[in-house]
Design a protein around this ligand. Structure first.
Ligand SMILES: C=C(OP(=O)(O)O)C(=O)O
Length: 311
């Protein structure tokens, strides 16, 4: 198999023929508390995720000016929207601690920068990748800044047209990207997941590994994405779906994450290489169950040699 669809994530790799790269999206589900971020890193590491992910914004750039002074109720009292945006944002000192903690736990971390200052901020760390949130797919300035980093870029494609996706791929270049199918509804309904788009993207972008970023409730549909060939999976994770915050309800809780990672690993093991063969473990049942034995000898020999059976 050609390696042109293999992408580097630090010491790990993602793409066809590689283990599905599983990312627990913390996003802003930490609610600005470092302790929550550490607990979520523990949850992801214990479940066997390859990475956790954050969102990094420069509030003054990402928040429209006319929204800054609008007041809202939050768990920390009534505050303006711009103050709230700062409240849920980690600075350099916090990310240094996150970086050290993830290294200790043996798990990657990276983020989706929502503006070019955030790209420069994340570049202070040796992150294995950057992600383009679906909302940023049409932000050419951001895409150019990300391409210039030379790192693997994960492009999420929720709320985007085929034409917008083609343009984003032109701006990013296809050599270093991994693309994610996504539906940007929180939570997304099964009828709008359209998982066969994974295959559509595989056909349209044969040199790009395709993954899945899910916002549905439940786990089955994410497992179906893996069965359809997703090489990367991202789901939001939370300590408790009832916690305050817009992404919590469509997030996976700790026990669900353990099941999700376990089942992804089982599915990828079960997909195999697509070459029909008779397993040595089938020879006993074959002898016992099959009355017509014409091809048995040939199959026995081939199976013992670990070869595909074509007769
Ligand atoms: C919102 C994000 O991604 P997606 O569009 O895949 O949900 C993100 O990564 O910040």
């Amino acid at each position: 198999m050609s390696n042109s669809r293999i992408r580097k994530f630090g010491n790990r790799e993602a793409g066809p023929g590689r283990p599905v790269y599983i990312c627990g999206e913390i996003g802003i589900n930490h609610n600005g508390e470092l302790e929550n971020a550490f607990k979520l890193i523990d949850v992801a590491a214990e479940a066997g995720c390859d990475a956790v992910k954050f969102q990094k914004r420069t509030p003054e750039i990402c928040t429209p000016r006319d929204q800054w002074d609008i007041e809202r109720d939050t768990p920390w009292g009534r505050m303006t929207y711009i103050d709230y945006r700062h409240r849920v944002e980690f600075g350099e000192d916090e990310y240094r601690q996150i970086d050290a903690y993830c290294k200790e736990k043996g798990i990657d971390w990276f983020a989706s920068p929502w503006d070019t200052e955030a790209v420069a901020f994340l570049e202070k760390f040796d992150v294995p990748a950057h992600k383009v949130a679906s909302a940023s797919l049409t932000d050419d300035e951001l895409l150019r800044a990300l391409r210039a980093t030379g790192r693997t870029v994960i492009l999420s494609t929720g709320m985007s047209t085929p034409k917008q996706i083609r343009h984003a791929v032109e701006v990013l270049g296809s050599d270093n990207i991994l693309m994610c199918h996504a539906t940007s509804t929180y939570p997304a309904q099964a009828e709008e997941l359209n998982l066969r788009v994974i295959n559509t993207l595989q056909q349209e972008y044969p040199n790009v590994p395709i993954g899945y970023s899910g916002h549905e409730t439940g786990l089955q549909t994410t497992l179906a994405a893996v069965a359809l060939g997703a090489t990367f999976v991202e789901r939001h994770i939370t300590l408790d779906r009832a916690m305050w915050g817009s992404d919590q309800a469509a997030s996976v809780e700790p026990q669900g994450l353990v099941r999700l990672v376990r089942d992804i690993r089982t599915i990828e093991a079960s997909l195999g290489d697509g070459v029909k063969k008779v397993y040595e473990s089938e020879l006993g049942p074959m002898k016992k169950l099959r009355r017509v034995t014409g091809v048995v000898a040939e199959a026995e020999i081939a199976a013992a040699a670990g070869e595909p059976v074509t007769v």
